[in-house]
Design a protein around this ligand. Structure first.
Ligand SMILES: *Cc1c(COP(=O)(O)O)cnc(C)c1O
Length: 414
C-alpha cells in the first residue's frame, strides 16, 4: 500500500456572500490565533467561559440562568435543545424551508418510539409529531400556530425564527403567544437571527428553548460555540425526564460554563474538553457584538439589505425573501432555469453566493458582516457581471444608480 502525503492545504480567501457562514471578523481570527496553549480547566479559559455566558445573556436579552453555548455549529446547539424531547412526546413542528425541515426530522427522530425508528431509521414517521408544512417562500403565521396548537395540544412546539432556506422571517410573537395560551413549551431555531435582529428572549415567555450558531450573525466561524438558552420550565422538564445523551444534555453542558443546580457558580467544572482558541474567538465576537450594539447592527443590516434588494431588482431579479441578512431571488425570465449555472460560475470565481437547497431553485445572496457600501457595491458588481456573462441584459449602471440613492451621504460614514 502506498501512502500519499499531500501538499499543505491552501484555502483561498473568498467573498462569503451566502446565507452563512459569514465573513469572520479579523478581530475574531486574531483572538483565535493569538490564544496560547491552555487546557480546558486553566483559569483564564474558565474565566473566559464565564464572561461569554454573561455577554450571551446580554446579547440574547435574557435572565435565563441556563444561557451558554454548545461546542460546534448550529445543529450542535439545536441537538442540545431537542435533547429534552423524549420518545412519544407530542410535538408540533412548523417547516417552511430547508432548515426547519431538518429540525422537524430531528424532532421525528427524537420523539419516535423504538418501533417507529426501526421501521424507517433515517426518516421515522413518529405518530406523536405533527409537521405543519408551509410552502417555500411563505412565513409561518401566528394564526397557523394558534390553530395547530389548539388542534394537537402538544407538549412542545417548534419553529425557525428566520428560515434561511427561503429567507423568510416567521412570526415569533404569534408563536410565543400561542405557546403561552396553550401551555406548550416553544423551541426556536434562532440560528440566523441572533446578532442580526434586535430581539430579546425575555419578551417571548412562550419560548422555552432557543438555539443559535457561531458563524452567522456572530461572525465567529473558527469552529466555536452555538449559543443556547433555556427557561426554568425547560430545565424542570429535562430534570424530570432526563435525556438520552451525556454530551448534549443542557444540564451537564452548563456545568462547564459555571451553572450548577440552577445557579451561577464561580468556576466551571469538567464536562468535556473546551478549546482555549475557540473560547478566545467566541469571547471576542461577543465583545464586538456588544460594542457595535445589537440595535445598531440590526439597523445596519436593514439599511444594506434594502440597498442590495433594490439593486438586484433593478437588474431584473425578483426578491421573495424578507430577512435582512440575505436576499433570495428569482432570476429574470431570460435566465430562468440557469440558477445553478450562475451560482457555480460565481463560486468558481471566489464569489460565494448560494442556490436554495430545496425546491424551487433560487439564488441566495447574503451580507453577513458586509455592512459597508463598498462591500455591497462589490457584491452587486460581481453579481451583475455574472448575469451578463450568461447573456442577460443586466445594466450595472442602473444597479449602481439605485445604490447611489441608498448611500447618498454615506461615504463619510465608511
Ligand atoms: C445555518 C442554519 C442551520 C444549520 O446550522 P449549521 O451551523 O450548519 O449546523 C440551522 N438552522 C438555520 C435556520 C440555519 O440558518
Amino acid at each position: 500500500m502506498t501512502v500519499q502525503i499531500f501538499p499543505p492545504l491552501t484555502i483561498p480567501e473568498t467573498l462569503a456572500a451566502g446565507p452563512g457562514p459569514g465573513n469572520t471578523d479579523a478581530r475574531v481570527l486574531q483572538a483565535f490565533a493569538g490564544a496560547g496553549v491552555a487546557d480546558h480547566m486553566q483559569g483564564d479559559v474558565l474565566r473566559g467561559m464565564i464572561e461569554c455566558k454573561s455577554m450571551l445573556r446580554a446579547i440574547w436579552g435574557t435572565q435565563n440562568t441556563y444561557t451558554f453555548a454548545v461546542a460546534g455549529t448550529g445543529f450542535s446547539g439545536l441537538d442540545a435543545m431537542f435533547a429534552a424531547v423524549m420518545p412519544g412526546d407530542k410535538v408540533v413542528a412548523f417547516a417552511n424551508g430547508t432548515f426547519s425541515g431538518i429540525d422537524a426530522l430531528t424532532l421525528r427522530i427524537k420523539a419516535a418510539t423504538r418501533e417507529e425508528l426501526a421501521a424507517d431509521a433515517l426518516d421515522p414517521k413518529a405518530a406523536s409529531v405533527a409537521v405543519i408544512e408551509v410552502p417555500h417562500g411563505q412565513s409561518v403565521t401566528g394564526d397557523l400556530v394558534e390553530a395547530a396548537l389548539a388542534e394537537h395540544k402538544p407538549k412542545w412546539a417548534f419553529m425557525a425564527h428566520w428560515e434561511t432556506g427561503s429567507g423568510r422571517i416567521n412570526d415569533i410573537r404569534g408563536f410565543s403567544d400561542a405557546c403561552e395560551r396553550h401551555g406548550v413549551m416553544g423551541l426556536v431555531d434562532a440560528v440566523s437571527s441572533l446578532g442580526v435582529e434586535d430581539f430579546s428572549i425575555d419578551d417571548y415567555p412562550g419560548v422555552a428553548g432557543w438555539a443559535s450558531c457561531p458563524q452567522k450573525g456572530l461572525c465567529c466561524l473558527p469552529l466555536t460555540y452555538a449559543p443556547v438558552s433555556f427557561s426554568d420550565a425547560y430545565i424542570a422538564s429535562l430534570n424530570a425526564t432526563g435525556a438520552y445523551t451525556y454530551v448534549h444534555n443542557p444540564i451537564f453542558e452548563a456545568r462547564h460554563w459555571g451553572i450548577v443546580d440552577g445557579h451561577d457558580v464561580e468556576k466551571g467544572t469538567y464536562h468535556r474538553t473546551h478549546s482555549g482558541y475557540a473560547v478566545a474567538a467566541l469571547h471576542e465576537s461577543l465583545r464586538l457584538t456588544l460594542q457595535e450594539g445589537i440595535s445598531a447592527r440590526a439597523a445596519a443590516y436593514a439599511h444594506h439589505e434594502a440597498a442590495l434588494r433594490d439593486a438586484v431588482t433593478a437588474l431584473g431579479c425578483k426578491v421573495t425573501s424578507d430577512m435582512t441578512s440575505l436576499v433570495v431571488l428569482n432570476l429574470p425570465d431570460e435566465l430562468a432555469g440557469r440558477e445553478m449555472e450562475l451560482v457555480q460560475a460565481c463560486r468558481a470565481a471566489g464569489f460565494g453566493i448560494w442556490p436554495t437547497l430545496s425546491e424551487p431553485v433560487q439564488v441566495r445572496i447574503g451580507i453577513l458582516n458586509q455592512l459597508k457600501p463598498t462591500a455591497i457595491r462589490e457584491i452587486v458588481r460581481r453579481f451583475a457581471g455574472a448575469m451578463r456573462a450568461l447573456g442577460a441584459d443586466a445594466d450595472p449602471a442602473v444597479a449602481d444608480a439605485r445604490l447611489d440613492e441608498h448611500y447618498a451621504g454615506a461615504v463619510a460614514a465608511e
